[in-house]
Design a protein around this ligand. Structure first.
Ligand code: F6R
Length: 247
């Protein structure tokens, strides 16, 4: 596990964007696993900037996103498809037909999940998976539980996740209670994993996830078993982990 520390959010974003950029330069037709949330926004801005300067070409890239709220269409401003289009896909030369997000409008959960698993397999596998980290240790919407869920599945969001995500909605009641998410097995099958963390309020969970026991109660802890994980964070988010690994 490699740990890179940026002094602040901007530096963290640039370091993480550098890793994604290197992946695209080394393998122009790579498959990127992408995440939403507030942490990656600066990374997408940086990648867009390099694209505008002519340093990056996304025309052969395929992307698969981690998750989507069940019940929201891609036109809904709170959907993850909308987020990806607005913050990234609409600003670069990626072929939109090669950008995948679970179908939030599919009411039949089994069908939605099976279809998404098929899409992921058909890409040939994820080269680099970008992950944010939830305050409760979730990755994607794999919430703390008794077992690691394997492939794409429908989840009931925990109170802590609803609380954390309500900032994006007008009212808490508007936060969908269910989501489709890639499973832990799929995430672990990515060739490389890049976890990004920012802010003091992540310091505790970052230390638990990467220096604590591997347990489904902290889903991200499973990443300790992957052989190519890079964590990029700002100093605030990494403070407790760095105290443990570099005492
Ligand atoms: C987003 C996702 C979530 C977020 C996590 C952290 O697609 O899957 O797991 O990465 O909730 O969110 P932020 O970055 O907003 O703290």
């Amino acid at each position: 596990m490699r740990i890179y520390c940026g002094e602040d959010y901007k530096e963290m974003s640039r370091k993480a964007a550098n890793i994604i950029s290197a992946q695209i330069i080394l393998k122009p037709d790579c498959v990127l696993g992408l995440a939403t949330g507030s942490t990656p926004i600066g990374i997408y801005e940086q990648l867009v900037d390099w694209y505008n300067k002519g340093d990056l070409d996304f025309s052969h890239v395929t992307s698969v996103n981690l998750d989507e709220y069940k019940g929201l269409s891609g036109e809904n401003e709170q959907s993850y498809r909308y987020f990806m289009n607005k913050n990234f896909f609409d600003k670069i030369n990626i072929d939109k037909s090669k950008t995948f997000v679970p179908n939030g409008l599919e009411k039949d959960s089994r069908k939605a999940c099976d279809e998404y698993n098929k899409i992921i397999y058909s890409t040939g596998g994820i080269d680099l998976q970008l992950l944010g980290l939830g305050h409760n240790g979730h990755i994607g919407f794999n919430e703390p539980g008794e077992a690691f869920e394997k492939e794409t599945h429908c989840v009931n969001l925990t109170e802590s996740t609803i609380e954390a995500n309500k900032r994006f909605f007008e009212k808490e009641e508007d936060v969908p209670r269910q989501a489709y998410t890639m499973g832990i097995k799929t995430i672990m099958q990515a060739k490389k994993i890049l976890v990004v963390v920012s802010g003091e309020n992540k310091a505790d969970i970052v230390a638990k996830a990467f220096a604590g026991p591997v347990t489904p109660e902290v889903p991200a802890s499973v990443l300790q078993l992957h052989n190519d994980v890079t964590i990029v964070g700002d100093r605030a988010a990494l403070s407790e982990l760095l105290d443990i690994v570099n005492p």
